[in-house]
Ligand binder design. Sequence first.
Ligand code: PLP
Length: 400
Amino acid sequence: MPELASRVSNTRPSVTMALIRRAAELRAEGKQVTSLIAGEPDFNTPEHIRAAGIEAIKRGDTRYTAGDGTNELRAALVDKLRRENGLEYASSEVVAANGTKPLLQAAFLALADPGDEVIVPAPYWVSYPDIVRLCGAVPVPVVCTQENGFLLQPEDLEAAITERTRAVLINTPNNPTGAVYDAELLRKLHDVLQRHPAVTVVTDEIYEHLTYDGLTAPSPASVGEDAKARTIVINGFSKGYVMMGWRLGFAAGPANLIKGMSSVLSHLAGSPNSISQAAAVEALRGDNSYQASNRDSYVDRRDLALSMVNQMPGLEAVRTSGSFFVFANCAGTLGRKTPAGETINSDEDFSRLAIDEAGVLVVPGSGFGLSPFLRMSYSVDLEDLRGALERLRKFCNRLS
Ligand code: PLP
């Protein structure tokens, strides 16, 4: 059998794959299994955005576009960044691509030579370490504790920086914790970086529009001109604009870095999807009132999830105000036994047993670089969520 290159064999299989397989087996046996692992909105793309895509096809917008995106899209992105983020960019400082993922990859390929380090605050979105590794760089996880609201602390950032550090990745609002950085903390992190000019900030702001409790998520680039000059802002249309399958994201940053990323992307992906770009212009310029009603719906579900999880013996979830995840600490269940005599020794045990005994799929924190925790997505129907959490509560009640 031909051997895989080490860059591929060194990537980790997804933690959720085995869980999804087990859930499918149980469903095939006729058992009820509710998945709380969704990483995407449970809404449809708004009608007017879909219509703009259909119009683009009818118009014949089906050719390659400029590698960094159409002029219309880049102009709409420049306006969006000014209007919503207070960030002033020229259109040459903005690039669109087929999703946030390839933009992250392009950023690390543009910034890091083999063996260079990228600081990845943990808990992190599962793909970050593997994207960094695929680029030949070394992910350096830095733990952000529950006590610190799962947010990177300036002294921990300082301690993690070495002469090989080329980037620090900030994801706000965060997947898997829902944590949101405020401007004051971002400024303090920036103060640390002032002493380390070789370190670029790469942000993932894809959950920007999913913040609650009156909070907004300031971009790390927005805390000052010098912060902006060292930051690559990455964002996308999958969450706030409910355009997951359209595969479109964008980045903004210093012209030389954006040029480097555009060059990488032109070789890897050619140009972003022409139809999605036309739809995205409508998403940026058209009616966005659906975002407020989607937010309201997430708030109801988050509040339900938080109150039910915090009534489960052994589980504790702190309130966070972004994305659509609850990150519950399950330390209180460790060492306890199910009625069948199985001992829970880790978050992985908890999630395996929760499928079998409660018919609920949750992701263990180990996959996000922080244990013992469980990520529960509340991007599911409210009544399904209630039912699943009720079964999980009974499961926890039965532990001895
Ligand atoms: N970044 C984070 C933090 C995510 O949770 C996800 C999707 O789950 C993505 C990026 C993927 O974005 P895209 O669909 O634009 O590739």
